[in-house]
Design a binder for this molecule. Structure first.
Ligand code: LLP
Length: 352
């Protein structure tokens, strides 16, 4: 269930950052059409990673200027690049291979290039997108070859891009990324934009401090003052939508086994895979018994045939019964978009 007022509030918070010339919402976090319309109305542009994501934006937000879409594919087939260029969306290349193997495609084009700054950040190894173990970006040691490769293709690099990881709170890291990109841009006079990617964290447990957006804005503004040549872009996904969505599911069965008290829900990792995939923490409350004291520690599981189908370990909750509605928080980002029909169980539907 999505609350568009919350999504709008977060989109506007990003949109009001004075240091940014453009904020692009990374639609991989949540591509529900209503969410996209809400984010577009708040003035944000879009970052997409597949043809299908670009098409989803265009269908959901009719009349959107194609210039407000940045397409950042990774290891996509040649045909997707050809399609994007024909459609007039901005394109990021993240590998010298595409420039060298398909140079004719890029003749006369303005491009963004994704750089691997070598410094990864994020809530889990799977979401740290820098360094040799990561498949993304042109590594710094190849940056010197960029000018020759784009010149040979007859293209112009107008922007440098980096996304170092997802779900972190480290304000200086975005400035470090900007500095690393500015270093690469020294050899590329046509670059006027630095896109610092996303990664803006959202607290997962009550009481944890939120990302200091004002501090990030100040730090980026200070960078801009020192480097007036560049405009700065940011591409948040999670920050815009995480808190605006919850997963609701009814309790199906109760079980006690040794020291464990299990409460089964009608849906699990087929709707929200983050706990199983990253050990991510999502707050869980019993909506049916909000006023009752939380007396017992439960393991909250789904109906999928995997031991890893656990939405929450050791959760203090009121004594929950069959039919109670449990709420899993922060499910607006990387929830439905990563859902599956595993075991042929349909994932939770989406409503706004
Ligand atoms: N830009 C690029 C190029 C990205 O690859 C990503 C995320 C973003 C922006 C947005 O990052 P965000 O602001 O949402 O952190 N499924 C994982 C997150 C994977 C993020 C992949 N790339 C999770 O559930 O934590």
């Amino acid at each position: 269930v999505y609350d568009l007022a919350t999504v709008e509030q977060h989109a506007r918070a990003i949109g009001s950052m004075k240091s940014l010339s453009r904020a692009l919402y990374a639609i991989k976090a949540n591509s529900h059409p209503g969410v996209l319309r809400c984010v577009a109305a708040a003035g944000l542009s879009f970052e997409c990673v597949s043809r299908q994501e670009v098409e989803r934006v265009r269908e959901s937000v009719p009349g959107l200027d194609p210039d407000r879409i940045l397409f950042t594919p990774n290891f996509a087939p040649r045909s997707e690049y050809e399609w994007a260029l024909a459609e007039g969306v901005r394109l990021t290349v993240d590998n010298l291979y595409v420039l060298r193997a398909w140079p004719e495609m890029f003749r006369g084009r303005d491009l963004f290039v994704r750089i691997d700054t070598g410094q990864g950040h994020g809530h889990h190894q799977h979401v740290r997108t820098a360094g040799a173990h990561s498949k993304f970006g042109v590594p710094l040691f190849e940056a010197g070859e960029l000018a020759a490769a784009t010149d040979a293709a007859g293209a112009r690099i107008v922007g440098l891009h980096a996304h170092t990881g997802s779900g972190h709170f480290d304000v200086p890291s975005w400035v470090e990324t900007a500095k690393a990109l500015a270093g690469v841009a020294e050899g590329l006079p046509s670059v006027d934009t630095l896109d610092l990617g996303g990664g803006l964290g959202v607290p997962d447990r009550p009481g944890r401090a939120p990302l200091d957006l004002a501090a990030l804005d100040r730090a980026l503004a200070a960078f801009r003052e020192q480097h007036p040549r560049f405009q700065l872009w940011l591409e948040p996904g999670r920050f815009v939508v995480a808190a605006g969505g919850v997963l609701l599911a009814r309790v199906t069965q109760l079980k006690g086994k040794g020291a464990f008290r299990y409460r089964g829900l009608a849906t699990g990792m087929n709707s929200l895979i983050r706990p199983a995939l990253y050990g991510a923490y999502h707050e869980i409350v019993n909506l049916t018994r909000l006023d009752e004291p939380a007396e017992h520690v439960f393991t909250i599981v789904g109906p999928i045939c995997e031991s890893g189908d656990v939405l929450g370990h050791d959760r203090l909750l009121p004594p929950s019964r069959e039919g109670d509605v449990l709420l899993v928080a922060n499910a607006g980002a990387y929830g439905s978009v990563m859902s599956s029909h595993y075991n042929l169980r349909p994932p939770a539907g989406e409503i706004t």
